[in-house]
Each structure stands twice: as structure tokens, then as C-alpha cells.
Design a protein around this ligand. Structure first.
Ligand SMILES: [Zn+2]
Length: 302
């Protein structure tokens, strides 16, 4: 949701752990003035934090966030783009003093479902345009404004291992591991799954079985049939940061099945799991509040 802040009054107001209002305000080198009101989409801030956490950054610099019509025109825009709605930022992420390449950021953004991605923003290798458009996808290479491709891994020659490095200690960067989920379902629910790391119909059904069993333990009276219908939806318990236990394992398993890292598979709803829930909700057009409730489980089990 886009919220409006005042400038400079709210300049130091923190929107999240690493980003404050003032960082999203853009003037123009060509004389455009600073605005007195600054719209900022809170989804944009969520995305920036997720990138920041995933790559274990220690700094992120926004060169251009919200632009007024006049400033957008001054910097060569149309005056009506995503920057003029507070829904875009041009960002450079850094770790240990080094700028991270835009290709890694673009691949990761693609994986978490961001639809507006400008690779090599302004022609710079380490800058990325990120916006929160929700309808059709725009992936572009800003060195020549070419677009029309849909996979930054292929376009930039980037490997999954570069984006999800082995031995990463960040805790949220491990590759999703469906095999671990299958083993857990076998150990805890006698699911009898072949541990092949592939999310197919049997694994999906086993996760829904487990969900129904755990909801029944928590007071529901569901048929344990592995089918997510209206009755199961009605009995869903909301999960949020701080929750632990088997329902959280099931949530993480469902997120991993959908290729979200889930912050691990440990039954603990921490910051990584919350970030994955937000990314999933964002990708599926749900309210991105980081709380896994009826609509989120419906989408995860659909
Ligand atoms: Zn931009």
C-alpha cells in the first residue's frame, strides 16, 4: 500500500530496519525541487529488506525513489512512471564495502515474484531499478532499454549457486529442499513418499494431510483426506512471527514447495519465514502482511 509522508518532517522516520523516508526523496541535478509530500509503497520497502537480508548486505543506497512529475521529466522520464507514484527505487546493494552486481539482484527479484525489474539501471552494472507493479511484468536491460525476455538467469548467464551460495550463513539463503520436507512427512506422518526432491501431487497431498491432522489436534474436526476444501480453509489458524511447531513446519514445507526459501525448515516462524510469506503473498496478489492465514494457505495449497 502506498502511504504518504511529509518532507522534510518525516525524513528520519524509519520505514523498516534499514530504510528511512528521506532516502526515497529525489531532487534533480537539473534543478527540480524536493517535494513536500513523499508517497512510498510499503511493499517496496519489504522487497528492499528481503534483498538486503538475502544477500547479507551491510548497506543499500537509493539514488532515486519518489520523483515528482517535474523531476521525472528532468531526469528523462515520462513524468508518469512508477517513480512518480512512490512505487519504484533505483538501488545499489553493498556487502563488505563491495557493490553487488545487478544481475544477482535481478535474478533474486525474479525468484521472489517482483514484476518490475530494471537490470543495470542507468547503464550501471551494480544498480537495479525495482518497482512494485502488480499487473504485467516488465523486465528490462537499462543499458539499451531492451526488454522482452523473462529470465534473468538465462539473459545474464547467472547460476542459482551465485544467487544462493553454498555455506551462506545468513540463514535465509539456502536452496529450497523439497527432499527434507518429504523426509519429515515420512517420519512424522508415515506419508510413504519417495524422497526425490520433486514437489508433485503425492507430496502436496501429504502436506495437506499433515495440515488437517494438526488442525484436528488444535480442535478442528476435519476429514483427513489430503484435499484442501472450504472446510479446511475455515479451520486454518493464523500463523505469524514467533510461532513454532508442526503447523509452522507445514507452512515452511508449502513455501519450499513453491520455491521460496522459507528461512529454513525448522518449525520456527522467524524473520526469514516472514520474508518468504510476504514474498509469496506479493507474488500471488494477496495482502502482503507476513501473516499466514486462510487466504495464504488457500493459495499455498491450491
Ligand atoms: Zn528506476
Amino acid at each position: 500500500m502506498v502511504k504518504t509522508y511529509s518532507f522534510p518532517g518525516d525524513s528520519d522516520l524509519k520505514l523498516s530496519e534499514h530504510f528511512a523516508v528521506g532516502e526515497f526523496v529525489t531532487s534533480s541535478d537539473y534543478g527540480g525541487d524536493y517535494p513536500s509530500e513523499v508517497p512510498i509503497d510499503d511493499h517496496l520497502v519489504d522487497i528492499l529488506e528481503q534483498v538486503y537480508a538475502h544477500f547479507d548486505c551491510d548497506c543499500a543506497v537509493i539514488s532515486s525513489g519518489y520523483r515528482t512529475y517535474a523531476v521525472d521529466i528532468d531526469v528523462g522520464g515520462s513524468g508518469y512512471g512508477m517513480h512518480t507514484r512512490g512505487m519504484a527505487a533505483d538501488v545499489c546493494f553493498r556487502r563488505n564495502g563491495a557493490e553487488l552486481p545487478s544481475r544477482l539482484i535481478a535474478c533474486y527479484l525474479q525468484d521472489i515474484g517482483v514484476k518490475g525489474i530494471g537490470y543495470r539501471c542507468g547503464g550501471a552494472e551494480n544498480w537495479t531499478h525495482i518497482d512494485t507493479r502488480t499487473e504485467s511484468e516488465w523486465f528490462g536491460d537499462e543499458t539499451d532499454y531492451s526488454c522482452g525476455y523473462n529470465d534473468y538467469y538465462a539473459y545474464t548467464g547467472t547460476t542459482k549457486t551465485e544467487v544462493y551460495p553454498d555455506g551462506d550463513t545468513g540463514g535465509t539463503s539456502k536452496l529450497p529442499d523439497v527432499a527434507a520436507v518429504q523426509e519429515w512427512l515420512n517420519d512424522n506422518y508415515f506419508a510413504g513418499l519417495v524422497v526425490d526432491g520433486i514437489y508433485g501431487a503425492a507430496t502436496k497431498s501429504a502436506l495437506i494431510h499433515a495440515l488437517q491432522i494438526e488442525l484436528n489436534i488444535n480442535g478442528a474436526n476435519l476429514d483427513v483426506d489430503g484435499i484442501f476444501g472450504e472446510k479446511t480453509k475455515a479451520e486454518i489458524l493464523c500463523l505469524w512471527q514467533g510461532d513454532t511447531g508442526k503447523l509452522v513446519y507445514i507452512l515452511q514445507g508449502l513455501l519450499i514447495a513453491h520455491s521460496f526459501t522459507a528461512g529454513g525448515f525448522d518449525g520456527i516462524f522467524g524473520a526469514g519465514t516472514k520474508a518468504a510469506v510476504i514474498a509469496f503473498q506479493y507474488k500471488y496478489g494477496l495482502e502482503a502482511d507476513g501473516v499466514a492465514g486462510k487466504e495464504t494457505f488457500t493459495a499455498l495449497c491450491g
